[in-house]
Design a protein around this ligand. Structure first.
Ligand SMILES: [Zn+2]
Length: 83
């Protein structure tokens, strides 16, 4: 069974692997890998709705928020100032 890995000490790679194990991002929408239910980025503030019987329902109800948190935690260098 895939282990939950979302703690503060989880690696960026581990958190992304966990997220992509549950979700697939495609264009401006994402889909649950198990039930194929989808949600567009415009619905990001709405809790995700899985199809009946999907075991993914026990995961985060806000996949966009989770993805944003993962990307926000990346140790990127500051943007360069315009020349
Ligand atoms: Zn689902």
């Amino acid at each position: 069974m895939f282990r939950l890995n979302k703690g503060a000490n989880a690696t960026h790679s581990g958190r992304l692997l966990y997220w992509t194990n549950i979700w697939t991002l495609s264009g401006d929408f994402l889909a649950c890998n198990e039930c194929q239910s989808t949600q567009t980025v415009r619905q990001a503030e709405t809790p995700f709705t899985h199809r009946p019987g999907c075991s993914g329902a026990k995961n985060s109800a806000n996949p966009w928020e989770e993805l944003r948190d993962i990307l926000d935690s990346l140790p990127l260098s500051p943007a360069r100032a315009p020349a």
